[in-house]
Design a protein around this ligand. Structure first.
Ligand code: SF4
Length: 350
């Protein structure tokens, strides 16, 4: 146990936030919390964690759940692939492992949606395996304390920082050590304006002593984002509208949405009504355009979605829509898992 790990452990005992997944070594709870916290901050994540635990108290319950219901609870967290992987992994654990999580870092890595970070968290916290967790918080502390300039998002950086993390790991209590480092990064060594006056590592911190805090950790800039333009058609036909399930190999797989025309550049309404998909969707229907919403911007990794919602009352028959879409009332859409973007639009309608 290094001096640094002793100091961090002491700090953690007196300063940690009391959270339900910190009071257990049950791997299901650790796994659930780690997957959720990759998506959001602790305050928000806690609500989702409690909802999941309430609905699915163990891995068997999650495994036997309907995917649509899981996605519904996940709604708002984004990156829905994580929820689908979580559901699939629950099934594997229930059906192939008799409901018990594999207990080693290496075995955990074979499960879908469990990468190095999550495997290390479960292995160390639930099973006491001495393996370091290296997440964004840990990268930041290590880069600053050791004055390490290797970019963190490179394979060389991964190796350099892993060695540093192993160097300070508390091999007798790796689970608490990993949680303590992450907590210190989250509460004290924050990305901007770290609270160095309250930091137990201040005397060891090279970045602090050399004025390099704003420069560390080093990251190679990400590639540019792609812009996508979603034109959602909110048909209103006899008090009902239409939705469909996204099935293509793209974002938001298995979520529901209004009929949509995607374009690679923004189109005005005159251009949009000439689009061939518009003609298919409208075939056999008499319609009018009642309203066009403002633009809803939704940022994803490497993608910017710009969406607008076009309110279209349909008169008489709507054979194409009836055949290809699910007819629902606007109020009942809440029962379906929808992207956050559509949730925002529905909230605005109220
Ligand atoms: S002294 Fe400041 S920069 Fe260094 S580890 Fe502590 S909070 Fe981070």
């Amino acid at each position: 146990m290094s001096n640094i790990s002793e100091i961090i452990a002491e700090w953690y005992v007196h300063n940690k936030r009391e959270l339900p997944w910190r009071k257990t070594k049950f791997p299901y709870c650790i796994w659930l919390s780690e997957i959720i916290l990759q998506q959001t901050r602790i305050n928000q994540g806690l609500k989702y964690y409690l909802k999941f635990i309430d609905q699915y108290p163990d891995v068997h319950m999650l495994a036997s759940a309907d995917l649509d219901d899981v996605l519904k609870i996940w709604q708002g967290l984004g990156y829905y692939t994580r929820a689908r992987n979580m559901h699939e992994t629950a099934r594997v654990i229930a059906n192939q492992f008799g409901g018990s999580f594999p207990s080693s870092y290496k075995e955990l890595l074979n499960l879908k949606g469990i990468g190095k970070y999550t495997a290390a968290a479960i292995a160390s916290i639930a099973f006491g395996e001495p393996v370091p967790v290296v997440d964004g918080n840990v990268y930041r502390i290590l880069a600053r304390v050791f004055g390490e300039h290797t970019p963190v998002n490179t394979s060389e950086g991964e190796s350099v920082f892993r060695k540093l993390a192993e160097h300070i790991l508390d091999y007798r209590n790796p689970g608490q050590h990993n949680q303590a480092l992450m907590e210190l990064g989250s509460l004290i060594c924050r990305p901007k304006k770290p609270l160095c006056h309250d930091c137990p590592l201040a005397q060891y911190c090279r970045a602090k002593h050399s004025g390099l805090i704003p420069d560390l950790p080093v990251k190679i800039p990400k590639k540019a984002s792609r812009n996508r333009y979603f034109n959602y058609l909110v048909f209103m036909h006899h008090e009902k509208t239409y939705i469909c399930k996204r099935n293509s190999n793209d974002i938001w797989h298995s979520l529901y949405e209004f009929p949509m025309i995607e374009t690679s550049e923004p189109l005005n309404i005159k251009q949009l009504v000439k689009h061939k998909e518009w003609e298919s969707l409208m075939s056999g229907s008499a319609y009018q355009i009642r309203n066009i919403s403002g633009i809803y911007h939704h940022k994803l990794t490497h993608q910017n979605i710009y969406a607008r919602f076009i309110d279209i009352p349909v008169n008489g028959e709507a054979p194409y829509l009836e055949k290809h879409f699910i007819s629902v009332t606007l109020d009942s859409i809440v029962q379906y898992a929808v992207p956050r973007l559509i949730e925002r639009y529905l909230q605005d309608l109220k």
